[in-house]
Design a protein around this ligand. Structure first.
Ligand code: NAD
Ligand code: UGA
Length: 464
């Protein structure tokens, strides 16, 4: 099936945050394979063929350019891609269902299901299907059953290979992952398929980092990994609320507990709340799974992580309102950072969206600043039209503002000229550091009223 030039043809269905970078890395590391990425979105595929990629990720453009047109191709012809490939990766979106049974918790599998139908229709040879999207446990088995019903006598093996990359560090994570997990049926044909996938990654990842399991363990591990990571953030955020009451410093607490090797120091940065397309979705998916099996106490335990996250974002806005004399109506508030984390243009489930909405409910005059996410911010907040101002330049955003709220931890915000910003702001000038990234003492000396997360505020007068 592969042309003489290439040893194998690989296809990826879904050219998003996972599909694009992952396949670019495989193409880069494996020039012997022809890698095609297909998507139903003409706009996205067109953008992947330019230097204006549909997503921003440090190092991605260079990576894509190193192999695009050589062994990496982007196309909207899904059927042709399926016909030509022996291994098909699927990384379509699996958002939380918004309607019907399981609404608000379970995964919406309509995009996934469509790929199964496309594969059934277009295939005329045996294939290995690689599940890259994050899916409920047993989806691989269900898909294998559907595909086995084909009338052409074809064999399909479905392998689970969840992605663990984080946005903003995707290229680094793909090049040197902590582990790659590959789950298959433990039958002869299942293990043979799994080994073929292991061999792809073995082109650049040490074998010790390639771990294998059955399909269900692999699928569940993905949901559990995200839930554990989010749990750490909600744990430290819950403690930040207590720190504010007892004049403790959450950074000092995180540092003290993180030094214990059994706890570790990662994912202990208190914040305005975690965002991103996956944490909330995957926890709710886990919650739904537990509820389905009648494990209500287990479900409630995990659901609280999401509740604490919502609480943390609400608390941030309540603190703004309280510190600013219980009224922010018509006050100009500059939001520094709209992306859900630094180094990405992605704004899915960003805490900034919830902060903005709450500020708008209080009729504040919101100005949003971000180096990469303004375009997405405008889409997310289009219901507010011209009532929200957008200023890429943080100095312009802060000019005449009563308050600056740091919502995303972009490095650039650490090195701004805060004296200049102070001079241009209304007084008293407030800073709400939702990421604890600034030098609070220094800001206080400049004259700001400084309100961090989980640390005593530095104020020149007591707001009572
Ligand atoms: P995305 O929305 O960026 O990309 C998905 C793409 O699939 C879209 O471009 C969409 O047009 C396309 N698509 C949908 N149905 C299709 C079909 N039938 N045929 C062809 N294309 C189709 O999503 P994403 O962020 O890349 O996430 C994909 C999956 O990977 C999700 O399950 C997510 O949970 C998981 N995941 C995401 C990340 C991340 O950092 N974003 C990390 C790990 C895992
Ligand atoms: C997360 C996981 O880290 C990846 O392993 C996983 O593959 C991915 O989800 C996914 O399945 O989509 P991502 O959401 O891209 O990656 O980014 P993270 O670095 O995990 O950050 C998530 C959110 O938590 C961000 O809003 C970030 O600012 C916040 N965060 C992170 C904190 O508030 N505090 C921390 O200490 C760490």
């Amino acid at each position: 099936m592969a042309s003489k030039k290439f040893k194998k043809n690989l296809l990826c269905i879904g050219a998003g945050y996972v599909g694009g970078p992952t396949m670019a890395m495989i193409a880069h590391k494996c020039p012997q394979y022809k890698v095609t990425v297909v998507d139903v979105s003409n706009e996205k595929i067109a953008a992947w063929q330019t230097d204006n990629l549909p997503i921003y990720e440090p190092g991605l453009l260079e990576l894509v350019k190193s192999c695009r047109g050589k062994n990496l191709f982007f196309s909207t012809d899904v059927d042709k891609g399926i016909k030509e490939s022996e291994i098909i990766f699927i990384s379509v979106n699996t958002p939380t269902k918004t309607f019907g049974e399981g609404a608000g918790k379970s995964a919406d599998l309509q995009y996934w299901e469509k790929t199964a139908r496309d594969i059934l229709r277009a295939s005329d040879s045996d294939k290995i299907i690689v599940e890259r999207s994050t899916l409920p446990v047993k989806t691989a088995i269900a898909m294998e059953r559907i595909l086995s019903l084909n009338e052409k006598g074809l064999n399909f093996e479905v392998v689970s290979n969840p992605e663990f990359l984080a946005e903003g560090t995707a290229i680094k994570d793909l090049e040197k992952p902590d582990r790659v997990l590959i789950g298959s049926k433990e039958t002869e044909s299942g293990i043979k398929a799994r080994n073929k996938i292991v061999n792809i990654y073995a082109n650049w990842i040490p074998r010790t980092h390639l771990i294998t399991s059955n399909q269900m363990s692999s699928e569940l591990s993905k949901l559990v990994a995200n839930s554990f990571l989010a749990q750490r953030i909600s744990s430290i955020n819950s403690i930040s609320a207590l720190c504010e009451k007892v004049d403790a410093d959450v950074n000092e607490v995180a540092n003290a507990i993180g030094k214990d090797k059994r706890i570790g120091d990662k994912f202990l940065n208190a914040s305005v709340g975690f965002g991103g397309s996956c944490f909330k979705k995957d926890i709710l998916n886990l919650v739904y799974l537990c509820e389905t099996f009648g494990l209500y106490e287990v479900a409630a335990y995990w659901e609280n992580i999401v509740k604490i996250n919502d609480y943390q974002t609400s608390r941030f806005v309540q603190n703004i309102n309280k510190a600013m004399f219980n009224t922010i109506t018509n006050k100009r508030i500059a939001i520094f950072g709209y992306a859900f984390k630094a180094n990405t243009s992605d704004t899915r489930e960003t805490a900034a969206l919830y902060v903005t909405r709450k500020l708008m409910t209080e009729r504040a005059h919101v100005v949003i600043s971000d180096p990469k996410a303004i375009k997405n911010a405008k889409k997310d907040l289009k219901e507010y039209g011209n009532d929200i101002e957008y200023q890429e330049d943080p100095y312009k955003a802060a000019k005449g503002a009563h308050a600056v709220a740091i919502v995303t931890e972009w490095d650039m915000y650490k090195t701004l000229d805060y004296e200049k910003i102070y001079r241009s702001m209304e007084k008293p000038a407030f800073i709400f550091d939702g990421r604890n990234i600034l030098d609070h003492e220094k800001l206080f000396k400049i004259g700001y009223e400084v309100h961090p997360i989980g640390r005593p505020p530095l104020v020149h007068f007591n707001e009572g």
